[in-house]
Design a protein around this ligand. Sequence first.
Ligand code: MIG
Length: 680
Amino acid sequence: MIRKYTFGTPLPTDAIVQSLPAEKSPLPYFSAHTGEDGSLTLSLSLHPEEVIFGLGQAVRGMDKRGHRYESWNSDVFNHTEERPSLYGSHNLLVFFSPERLLGLYLDDPGRITWDLGYGNRSEAVITSASGNVDVYLIEEDTLPGIARSFRKLTGRSYMPPRWAFGYIQSRWGYASEQEIRTVAEEHRKRHIPLDGICLDIDYMVDFKNFTWKPDAFPDLKKFQGEMKEDHIRLVPIIDAGIKVEEGYTPYDTGKAGDFFCKKEDGSDFVAAVWPGRCCFPDFLREDVRRWFGDLYLPLLEAGIEGFWNDMNEPALFYSDEGLADAFAAADRIRSGGVDYESTWWLKDVFNGMANSMDDYRRFYHLVDGKPVRHDLVHNLYGAGMTRATAEGFRRFSPDKRLLLFSRSSFVGAHRNGGIWQGDNFSWWSHLKMALQMLPGLNLCGFLFTGCDLGGFGCNVTEDLLERFLQLGVFTPLMRNHSALHTRDQEIYRFSIWETMRDTVSVRYALLPYLYSEFMKAALRDEMYFHPLAFDYPADRRAVHTQDQLMLGGDCMIAPVCEQNAAGRYVYLPEDMLLIRFRSAKDYDLVPLEKGDHWIDLALGEFPLFVKKNHAVPLCPGGESSELLDDTRFALLGIIEQEGAYELYRDDGETSSPDLESGLTRIALVPDQSLTRKVNV
Ligand code: MIG
């Protein structure tokens, strides 16, 4: 059951697809308080055992209790435990204790603070800065029921084409066709599976969206065509800002249509990003989205089938006004005398030019024809860009799914694209962080996601990349990405590349299964990854487990997230089969009983646990998603009673996937062997 309570006059967000009347009675459970500044605060006392799931893209554990967070989409390069917010705002919490199961969604595009037992361990205090918010309470009997209800409320999750489940290599810095061919060749000649290569901003002319360097990419269409013969797709990046430059078509047409965000005086708001001074499309307007979506057409006509949208918080390096203020501050210090305090302050002034609140208050959107200051709708910007792109894709490619993943997001954007987890570091703690972020993202509808494998910033070590890949085997987006000037991070750069290749080979053997689980989850409004509590709500150990995850309907993962560990402890909430993978063809099968186990996992080894009377189909594998044989499987599982696995298959790109016609029942027959060959 979902109930809606309206406070103030909320702005539209596009998050909700099911319109509900607002309740007339007061909001139950929470005490609501309106501040003198118009803000709205909701407080709830917490049970000692209460677990709080949700918030999607946020640091720390799967259970969000014990810290404070903020909904404020931010371009942050340093994902420390202290970060209140990352790139997306996903305003859903699920409170779960022996006495309560309650979902809370705040439909509010502005700033929200979430004190979840930080000020006081036994209280949650949630504040909407504007006080204009639709509050949704979701009550169901089970945790999966809450997830399903929330998806019904907010719409079906985005489904990418099947090739997007292949391994994707990316790096900031690939500058030419030649360099990308080399990356492809190095993978192919070593038989490292590969389905895509990302183009980062280096492919553009002066970082201008929708251009590509004529010398470095003389014939993009021909190049993409040749790569596709080799089963590799190019995935170019698009940034949010449009460079201010007369004669550059996207700027000229944007200007002619009056499509950019404005300052109070009616002139275009300008701030610098990679291309220099840029204007920012007002993605909240339908006509602007149509214009922007159309800009992808030349790239689509060149055969491109996937994109990633970046810098759409929007990230702002500085504005003319911010720069002038900083210079004025420097002048004041120059004339007033320098001491240590003033120099610290001055550094803060210059650092604070990026993504500054002053700038976010300097420009306006048109909402229903009326100007609305950006900070009140800040968290919608990335979602608006995703929507513009997705609407464009639906016009140009109505029958075929295309790949799209964004950096910034808001609930609602999960219908239009995936997201990646942003600029992590090559740190062991960030491997664990990536794992812990996944169930929250899934709960909020973002099923197609994954982190930068190996870590984006800092220099990776080879064991860390291997352990990242072991998590990536299971994440829908499996992309190795790294920043300019960091250590080369392609698999073939490392002495243990064969180990890494074998790890990726497991992804390809599992790909038909993982695709099946993903599509079933999307089509049934379920989660692909979920906390153990969703399956074992009465098992206290399971409910509080922070470093293991359920995957789909049959499995559990428990990655090694520590350097030089020879294995790890794993808690099994029921009897399971351990598959200890070394490669697609080399694995151990070990039945284990419910309880705690130490699992030996040498560097090239990683586990998948399969529930008893469930099974996982493993295909023979291959080097591209397009070359997989999804008719012959080894079925791995402990089967003691008859049942079936429902395998979902389709052509991998249809825009109207149909669950019923895609399902094939694979019979599970009791047998001692733990593995059985099946043809489907
Ligand atoms: O300011 O395009 O998160 O994945 O490689 C950095 C360059 C801009 C940030 C993205 C990252 C990408 C990088 N971008």
